[in-house]
Design a protein around this ligand. Structure first.
Ligand code: FAD
Length: 406
């Protein structure tokens, strides 16, 4: 008898999952359901090279479609999975179709957090999560026109850089007292604010957006302190919400995403979850985490595939992330939450340096700005929970690789 593994979602987690299912020995049917028509494309370029027009859709494909055809993957595209019936092992789609599963993988990811403010429905107020979103932003780009970005997180800042490259005048409005406040230290925030200002972006912090004005199309952004900013285009980047409702509605445990164990299993033995939607227990950090990154989606999918095939592959890889803005390649390893000291290697007033984060003398994270070598070394040191002489990290005369054996 043939078994069917159904996957909901067709992005980074699902792309890795189908490949890993085959390599783990799943020979039976694999059906992928996605509400998007464009599938298996890299999402990071949407705010970077795809938005700025440097890369086209073919260039952002995770793998060519034929590679998935060769693996015998079946697709149901442009439809939304609405309901899971765990008793009957079926999924009901929004077109009324019912699909049976033996094993189910939830790779539903996340969606952009929407603002509930007056005028948010005006044309030209955009979000950025999908290729479709990026294309609708591109259609509104006018060289010399004014773009306002709401939110000074990574997506907001990357979008600002891409819109500058396309010749727009860009303003970033951030509610906190510094950009990237949630994810990085004050020195890094100052660095990125400086770089964006050098590139011609107008950055305002401690600004609470209260609405949008315009007739049919947005013409301006209004703030709680009475200030307003002219806008031909607004891009809102204020975080994401995990698409976990479909799991919650059928009794799967949900708490800031779908709750899984370290093998990507949910509380239903036949259902796994991975990627942005999954909240997993992390061995390295000794707490539950829901990570929002491509490496997380791919590595967790490998564990999910093993679980579907009946073997245990623990998910405990070190979190890492990257961001590209102008000529800057930022590579982040580890999570800096709870740091009690930072050490800078290099010159924060330039465009090449590292901030190392420590807790009780142990290296827990590093933000590497145009420093690939340090990034590679930091990856190993964070994983080792290395306790080293902190002064060595700052000393550029000490070869960074030598810290691995220090
Ligand atoms: P997603 O990519 O969110 O995909 C989930 C898919 O499931 C979507 O297509 C969704 O439409 C579909 N879906 C959801 N519910 C249903 C349903 N009920 N029925 C059918 N289909 C459904 N990460 C990095 O590591 N580095 C970066 O530089 C970086 N830059 C980014 C830039 C942008 C603009 C964005 C948006 C994200 C970026 N990320 C980056 C984050 C990264 O893209 C995500 O971590 C990654 O896409 C997560 O993959 P996923 O498969 O878990 O979910």
């Amino acid at each position: 008898m043939t078994n069917t593994c159904v996957i909901i979602g067709a992005s980074h987690a699902a792309a890795q999952l189908v490949v890993s299912l085959r390599s783990e020995g799943w020979k039976d049917q694999i059906v992928v359901i996605s509400e998007e028509l464009d599938i298996f494309y890299h999402r990071p370029p949407l705010s970077k090279a795809y938005l700025s027009g440097e890369k086209n859709k073919t260039q952002i494909a995770i793998r060519p479609r034929e590679a998935f055809d060769k693996l015998g993957i079946e697709f149901v595209l442009g439809v939304r999975a609405e309901k899971i019936n765990r008793k009957d092992k079926t999924i009901t789609l929004n077109n009324g179709e019912v699909i049976h599963y033996d094993k189910l993988a939830l790779c539903t990811g996340a969606r952009a957090r929407m603002l509930q403010l007056p005028g948010v429905e005006l044309e030209g107020v955009c979000y950025l999560r999908s290729a479709h979103d990026a294309e609708s932003i591109q259609r509104q780009v006018k060289p010399g026109g004014r773009a306002v970005i709401v939110g000074g997180g990574y997506i907001g800042l990357e979008t600002a850089a891409s819109l500058r490259a396309l010749g727009m005048k860009v303003t970033v409005l951030e509610a906190a007292n510094r950009v990237l406040e949630r994810v990085t230290c004050p020195q890094m925030s100052e660095f990125f604010a400086r770089v964006h200002r050098e590139e011609g972006v107008d950055i305002h912090t401690n600004v609470q957006v209260s609405g949008f004005i315009g007739q049919q199309h947005v013409e301006g952004v209004v703030c709680a302190d009475g200030t307003d900013y002219q806008a031909d285009l607004v891009v809102v980047g204020v975080g994401i919400i995990p698409n976990a409702e479909i799991a919650k509605d059928c009794g799967i445990a949900v708490d800031n995403g779908i709750v899984t164990d370290e093998f990507a299993r949910t509380n239903d033995p036949d259902i796994v979850a991975c990627g942005d939607v999954a909240n997993h227990p992390n061995r390295l950090y000794q707490r539950r985490l829901r990570l929002e990154s491509v490496p997380n989606a791919c590595d967790q999918a490998r564990s999910a595939a093993a679980s579907v095939c009946g073997t245990d592959k623990v998910y405990d890889t070190l979190p890492w992330f990257w961001s590209d803005q102008y000529d800057i390649k930022l590579q982040i390893v580890g999570l800096n939450h709870g740091y009690d000291a930072t050490i800078v290697r290099g010159d924060v007033t330039g465009r090449s340096f590292v901030v190392f984060y420590f807790n009780n003398g142990v290296l827990i994270a590093a933000d590497c700005v145009n420093r690939v070598k340090e990034f590679m070394v930091a990856k190993q040191l964070v994983a080792k929970k290395a306790e080293l002489n902190l002064a060595l990290f700052a000393d550029e005369t000490v070869e960074i690789k030598s810290l691995l054996t220090a």
